[in-house]
Design a protein around this ligand. Structure first.
Ligand SMILES: O=P(O)(O)OC[C@H]1O[C@](O)(CO)[C@@H](O)[C@@H]1O
Length: 445
């Protein structure tokens, strides 16, 4: 059976193969440090062997809860932000019909999201939508105090409780949070909600394979067993192949590109369903590496859509970028381009070809043009877009991120910089306890 593959040949006119291979010894020691939990941030390494630790009972319990929510609700609102949101959305969007929300005759509820922004119109429109819908809530917050999901949960819980009895509402809320501490844990225990634990040693951006991701993904009807199996296999492959693995190669080449002045990486897809995989990847790499005034800036583009907006910049702008193309060998569906007798658009030369053949030539043509234009290209390829290969891909990016962060020399498992905006926001909102910060910030305005 084929596995995820990496091809770095189109970076090798920019960085030397010897230099990329030269990271191997260092990488071997970083993988050992991740496995043995001896490196920086070692109290947040629970994700490293997470796939292989997931057992049948855990999956069965999540599937049972998902079935319960499916039976009760037409709409399930997943409340969370950052790592408590992006993993679920990445997998659900990648594996659902592109027009899922318009599908009738459904087997699974529509999953919608809240608490990932503080847009008042978004919030009002969601509340309007839910008035006439049978709905349930999956609230996800490790800390239980993150402002965005806490506001959304307060509003949605109030609405749920006014629509159903208090007792029924408890059956329609699942909380995923810390085992012992935090506001959400306290509330969930008081109210008797069904809960799942976010392990202490798994940070938000590495939590997609915990109930944080698995429960919403199961609610959407995705096969979580196949997803976990893919991640387990990639864990095994990476452990066995270590410094010769695809993850090690990715970590090495992106660091070598960074050291040669390429400070921005654009994750490129040719399947719009992968848009949120890129959003998940952006948080994974951005929060892990962007610190101590260092780190590759993780950006993303959906091609060929964005070739008609960002293509000019990528082809001819500042030469400080490289691309990582996420490619799917074979699409799940088949559509052939028809013949047209008038041929006014001149496309009869494509008649009988599959749409994906055109897409693949757009991909190859773009790759060659961008490399000629001074943009190194890495290619990460999975055979098909399904739960199994997505599981491989998620773990591949996670382990490569850990290795890459250690090469960079930072602690890839903290995110101290995220607190700055929160502190200012609380000061501006005059949160009790922030009196000194309020006075200081008001003096700046
Ligand atoms: O699950 P919580 O505690 O609400 O945090 C959500 C997100 O906020 C952060 O702590 C900071 O953005 C992320 O790491 C995390 O994924």
């Amino acid at each position: 059976m084929e596995n995820l593959k990496i091809d770095i040949s189109k970076t090798l006119s920019f960085v030397s193969e010897e230099k990329v291979a030269g990271y191997k010894n260092e990488i071997a020691s970083h993988i050992k440090a991740l496995q043995e939990k001896t490196g920086k941030g070692n109290d947040f390494l629970g994700w490293v062997n997470l796939p292989s630790s997931i057992d049948d009972a855990q999956l069965a319990d999540i599937e049972a809860t998902a079935a319960n929510l499916k039976a009760k609700a037409d709409v399930v609102v997943v409340i969370g932000i950052g790592g408590s949101y992006l993993g679920a959305r990445a997998v659900i969007d990648a594996l659902s019909n592109s027009f899922d929300h318009l599908m009738t005759d459904r087997k699974n509820p529509v999953v919608v999201y809240a608490g990932q922004n503080i847009g008042e119109d978004y919030t009002a429109e969601l509340l309007d939508l839910l008035k006439d819908k049978s709905f349930a809530l999956v609230v996800i917050s490790k800390s239980g105090t993150t402002t965005e999901p806490a506001i959304a949960f307060r509003l949605l819980k109030e609405m749920l409780e006014s629509k159903y009895s208090k007792e029924e509402s408890k059956e329609r809320i699942v909380a995923i949070t810390d085992a012992k501490k935090g506001a959400l844990r306290t509330l969930a225990d008081q109210e008797g909600y069904k809960t799942y634990v976010i392990p202490d040693d798994v940070g938000g951006r590495f939590s997609v394979l915990t109930p944080v991701g698995l429960l919403p993904i199961a609610v959407a009807g995705v096969d979580i067993r196949a997803l976990v199996k893919g991640a387990q296999d990639m864990e095994k492959i990476t452990t066995e192949e270590a410094e010769n693995s695809a993850a090690a190669t990715y970590a090495a080449v992106r660091n070598e590109l960074y050291n040669s002045g390429k400070g921005t990486e654009i994750l490129v897809n040719y399947q719009p369903k992968l848009h949120f995989v890129a959003e998940w990847w952006k948080q994974l790499y951005g929060e892990s590496e962007g610190k101590e005034n260092k780190g590759i800036f993780p950006a993303a583009c959906d091609f060929s859509t964005d070739l008609h907006s960002m293509g000019q910049w990528i082809q001819e702008g500042v030469r400080n970028i490289f691309e990582t193309i996420l490619t799917i060998s074979t699409p799940n569906r088949k559509v052939e381009i028809p013949t047209d007798s008038a041929n006014l658009d001149g496309l009869n030369f494509l008649a009988g070809k599959r749409v994906d053949e055109v897409n693949k030539m757009a991909e190859l043509g773009t790759l060659l043009a961008h490399v000629d234009g001074g943009v190194p290209n890495i290619k990460v390829e999975i055979p098909e877009l399904n739960a199994y290969y997505l599981g491989q891909l998620l773990y591949f990016f996670e382990i490569a991120c850990g290795i890459s962060g250690y090469i960079l020399g930072v602690n890839p498992f903290d995110q101290p910089g995220v607190e700055a905006y929160k502190k200012n926001m609380f000061a501006l909102l005059e949160k009790p306890g922030f009196e000194a910060e309020t006075a200081a910030i008001k003096a700046k305005l």
